[in-house]
Design a protein around this ligand. Structure first.
Ligand SMILES: [Zn+2]
Length: 146
């Protein structure tokens, strides 16, 4: 009776995603662009809130103009960010890496305190060079394949 030989490669398929070696992710430029629009959107949102508070405190019409301009800028920057981030996809599950959806996140998806999954992924990718897909848990290393 012949025994079924299990090839050694099948062991690596059973590894948990955290122990997988990271896959290369070459879209560093698109991540930088997404980060830039996220940052601009955040600054415009802060400016909107500050202008609104200042308008009610000082009753100066200058802050009303600043509020309107900041609000329009925040909306425009957010729309641009949504368009940019919806095109950055995971090579494995085709999930949008830095564009959170209401789908259930993977158990290995990372989330820093006070930040969203999207913000955590973006900051991790740009400042540590590594990130995890929030939908399939696949670890990635930013940069071309070595
Ligand atoms: Zn994925």
């Amino acid at each position: 009776m012949a025994q079924v030989q299990v090839p050694p490669t099948s062991v690596s398929n059973q590894e948990s995603p955290r122990r997988q070696s990271p896959r290369a992710f070459s879209g560093v430029l698109s991540l930088l662009v997404a980060f830039l629009w996220s940052l601009l959107g955040l600054l415009a949102t802060i400016s909107t809130i500050v202008a609104l508070v200042m308008f009610f405190l000082k009753k100066d019409s200058y802050f009303a103009y600043v509020f309107i301009v900041s609000l329009v800028a925040a909306i425009v920057f957010t729309v641009i960010r949504l368009i940019v981030t919806s095109k950055i996809k995971c090579g494995l599950c085709h999930g949008t890496i830095v564009h959170a959806k209401n789908c259930r996140k993977h158990k290995y998806a990372q989330k820093w305190p006070l930040l969203s999954h999207r913000q955590t992924t973006l900051l991790q990718a740009l400042f540590t060079g590594y990130f995890t897909c929030m939908f399939c848990g696949t670890p990635y290393r930013v940069g071309k394949k070595k």
